[in-house]
Design a protein around this ligand. Structure first.
Ligand code: 6PG
Length: 480
């Protein structure tokens, strides 16, 4: 027996429900299922008139409602719940069916699940979906990874529900095999953390050094959003800063506890970057900054430590400083994306995914949390030169960051002088200086390693590796 639904969604919490509605609103017949049936009933009752839903009470009913080959989207919590759902549904599926995991899964889990299901002839697609609740309903950015065959059958459906870039292109593309989609989504989230941290630092500097009120800073962000920083995160930052707390009449941002939480995708990005040997220092600082903010006890214990108290500027000096912060923010943002794209390239090489970096930039242009006007320029850079090693080597970006650097340095120096923590700005600047340095102190590190551990070193003037007999006559021996 075969059903009529072209797609099914199981797991109807807000993301799953909105995704199901998005499919239905785009003309697809959608089978819907949830472990507790009340959610299924609620969806059909509240939104049944938006399109064709087929409510299913049991996994068997759900599977029977789907046309063949079946396509079912799993929208449950990443981790064990995903495995539990797969375990429950896999025995009910046939060869050629496609299971799509739309959660924030770890890409290694996705690789394992893909392999296990492939052995049973079932396709498993790990799809990164970005854009939050609103995106799921009105158009997310979708990053599917899996077999070419399954992604080809899914492609047209995903294109219908995805966000569209300004040029009309849907923000979804087959990223690569098995875990490639979830890997790219993970790095997206790492960049999201870095972007948010940089914006937070800019806010802090505008507050403490420029002496602006939250309302004034909201205006600054609004202005920035009309320029090269034009992005979703800058836009919502202005809204958050302009919001007044109803209960106290104070700026909303002042009544929120200053402890940032995290669910783990930023941390994964850094963990994997360490394994791949990719310096994602900006992303790492963002994760650590959240972690530092959360250590209330440590912070309390350190409250008495001495340091400068920022003295706010005023008038034209404050305005000039705000302009400098824009430069620092933009330059640091270029560095975050440079690091993120480096990580995607490294992951793609390590796992043999063949990910097109231009295509990734293209699907991030709309729908996702890090959508930003400048992603179109990143897309052009990689489309023009797919072999481009680093975004910083792209001439237009190199020029912009070069032009921003005086202000960038002034801002970091001023932050250090006034005691305002800017780990994101500073790490980005150090990355830039590290990459462009003629000579790094790594040479000394190598000397030390050779001294205490006979780890050997390479010379600048000859091939091969060498060791100095530090404990003996300090002559040099060739080691290979
Ligand atoms: C998105 C978001 C989302 C993500 C959180 C990160 O792309 O829609 O990246 O998927 O889970 O924004 O959450 P935490 O800040 O809690 O880690």
């Amino acid at each position: 027996m075969t059903g009529t639904a072209q797609i099914g969604v199981t797991g109807l919490a807000v993301m799953g429900r909105n995704l199901a509605r998005n499919f239905a609103r785009n003309g697809f017949t959608v089978a819907v299922h949830n472990r507790t049936t009340a959610r299924t009933d609620e969806l059909v009752k509240e939104f049944g008139d938006e399109g064709a839903f087929v409510p299913a009470r049991t996994p068997e009913e759900f599977v029977a409602a789907l046309e063949r080959p079946r396509r079912l989207v799993v929208m449950v919590k990443a981790g064990d719940p995903t495995d539990a759902v797969i375990k429950e549904f896999a025995p009910l599926l046939d060869e050629g069916d496609v299971v799509i995991d739309g959660g924030n899964a770890h890409f290694e889990d996705t690789r394992r699940r893909e392999r296990e299901l492939r052995e049973r002839g079932i396709h498993f697609v790990g799809a990164g979906i970005s854009g939050g609740e609103e995106g799921a309903l009105n158009g997310p950015s979708i990053m599917p990874g899996g077999s070419t065959e399954s992604c080809a059958t899914l492609g047209p459906m995903l294109e219908k529900i995805a966000a569209r870039a300004e040029d009309g292109t849907p923000c979804t593309t087959h990223i690569g095999p098995d875990g490639a989609g979830h890997f790219v989504k993970m790095v997206h989230n790492g960049i999201e953390y870095a972007d948010m941290q940089l914006i937070a630092e800019a806010y802090d500097l505008l507050r403490a050094v420029a002496g602006y009120s939250s309302a004034q800073i909201a205006e600054v962000f609004r202005t920035w959003n009309t320029g090269r920083l034009d992005s979703y995160l800058i836009e919502i930052t202005a809204d958050v800063l302009a919001h007044t707390d109803e209960a106290t009449g104070r700026p909303f941002v002042d009544i929120v506890q200053d402890r940032a939480e995290q669910k783990g995708t930023g941390r994964w990005t850094v963990q994997i970057a360490l394994d791949l040997g990719v310096p994602v220092s900006g992303i790492a600082e963002a994760v650590f900054a959240r972690s530092l903010s959360g250590h209330a006890d440590l912070r309390e214990a350190a409250r008495g430590l001495t340091g400068p108290t920022a003295v706010p500027l005023s008038g034209p000096e404050a305005a000039a400083f705000a302009d400098r912060v824009e430069q620092a923010l933009y330059a640091s943002k270029i560095v975050s994306y440079t690091q993120g794209f480096h990580q995607i390239r490294a992951g793609s090489e390590a796992y043999g995914w063949g990910i097109g970096l231009g295509a990734v930039a293209a699907v991030w242009r709309a729908g996702c949390i890090i959508r930003a006007a400048f992603l179109d320029r990143i897309r052009s850079a990689y489309d023009a030169r797919p072999e481009l090693l680093s975004l910083l080597s792209d001439e237009p970006f190199a020029q912009e960051i070069g032009a921003a650097q005086d202000d960038w340095r002034t801002v970091v120096a001023e932050a250090v002088r006034q005691g305002v923590p800017t780990p994101g700005f500073a790490a980005a600047l150090s990355y830039y200086d590290g990459l462009r340095a003629d000579r790094l102190p790594a040479a000394l590190t190598q000397g030390q390693r050779d001294f205490f551990g006979a780890h050997t070193y390479r010379r600048t003037d000859r091939e091969g590796s060498f060791h100095t007999l530090w404990g003996g006559d300090r002559s040099e021996v060739s080691t290979g």
